[in-house]
Design a binder for this molecule. Sequence first.
Ligand code: NAP
Length: 502
Amino acid sequence: MTKSEFGACIKKARNAQKIWAALPYGQRERRLKKAGTYLAAHVEELRETVCRDTGKLPLDALAAEILPAIMALDYYRQKGRAFLAPRRIRGGNPLMFNKRSRMVYEPYGVVGIISPWNYPFAIPFSEIVMALLAGNAVVFKISSRSLRVGRALEAMFAAADLPQGLFTYVEMAGRDAGPAFIGSPGAPGPGTPGVDKLFFTGSTATGRELMTLAAPRLLPLVLELGGADAAIVRADADVDRAAAGIAWAAFSNAGQSCGGVQRIIVHQDLYEVFLEKFCALVRGLRRGIDLGPMSTLAQKQEVRRQVERCLRMGARIAAKSGEAFFQEEKTTEAPAVVLRDVKFGMPIMEEEVFGPVAGVIPAADDEEALGIANNSCYGLTASIWSRNRRRARSLAGRINAGVVMINDHLMSHGLAETPWGGFGNSGLGRSHGEPGFKEMVKARVIVDDILPGVKRDIFWYPYSEEVFTGIRAIVDMVSGKAGQRIAAIPRVLRVFFRYWKK
Ligand code: NAP
């Protein structure tokens, strides 16, 4: 899509959005139900498309892409009306006792969605659904590595019978997408060629670039970025469960999950036992059944370089799933790799390693484990593995991550109702759940009087000694001791009638 074609599609989207936002929620929701009907009728075809674009295993595609999308559509369709309903806010200031505030929500207008290749279906699907239910138009670009999935999503939303131009699927190179979606710098407000809010999921480097581009327009962004998740295994953990759960969270989707486990921090008393069980599981992973290929050769080579740097810095391979260590250069097959003797400074501790690699690190106690976990510029998700759930919950509150799971990891991305998003270099804003839905709307506050016939607020001009004394009395009433509060009442009453004075 050229720049001028992109400008034209934003214009169309802006016109269509006005019609769409004016429809009652029920009508919008019914149109999106049609996309759900299409999805239900094409499950196998869509799953295959996801597998063809990404190399994902059928089970990964079904469990982590198709099923979460079906559940998300149901959830947002049912809850959207309540999320968009105006909220009353109780007043607290006695000087303004006559006021009531209400929050009302309105769509941004045209929402831009740029999504990655690792979960090419489920990630943009939920965002598109939320944006449309909230009354926005959508311009959507998927990664150039997953265009078949993009076209499948286009066909699905075409089945929803949306107003012409409301949903536009665009294909363009990533490097052109920033300026196109964000529009001309220095031209704020509606009518600019860019979108009104941008939802980006991808690498931290691209997220940072988009934020810089967005700054001149102060364009609001949601950034769902990279991670290097920690799993803390306490001495009291169920070691079999921990090893099995962490193996799945580290290596499913060939380790290409933003919220996959990368750093496994194990209490020293359990370290060797855990490592033995974990390594046995990893050696037993079956290529093509448990462990799929990586999505691209370039990604595999990047991960291989990161592992080699770790090895040069002193890390050792504790186990891998198969004989070859990234040997087959012409295929995207890559083994699952477990590293031990890892230290700060190594890529596995400092960078996102976006592939099937995890490092295991011993820790003397909870404090040391937390220190290691939190020593990262990322803060996407994390997990605590322990039989003591009270202690686990307390540690969860001290981990620098947007989502912390207890005795599990990664799975919460499949829960539409559970917010998702990170701290630090892992991004800004939330997707999923009510907070994710609310990212699709602007909150406006409307403040109004309760009592009829009021002529003025007591603090309006002209100022006078009487007004000052009255407001002083109100301060005494809310902050003074019991005697002061009672003594303040007559002074408050004197000024109170000013509301009705012309
Ligand atoms: P990426 O290279 O940043 O690309 C993501 C998307 O942005 C693609 O559609 C890409 O298009 C586009 N893009 C690339 N450069 C751009 C630019 N300069 N301006 C605007 N758009 C641009 O990331 P990726 O390699 O696809 O995805 C993997 C990353 O995503 C990992 O870091 C992973 O952790 C993160 N991720 C995060 C979450 C989360 O929820 N936090 C979820 C999934 C993935 P092209 O493909 O056409 O270049």
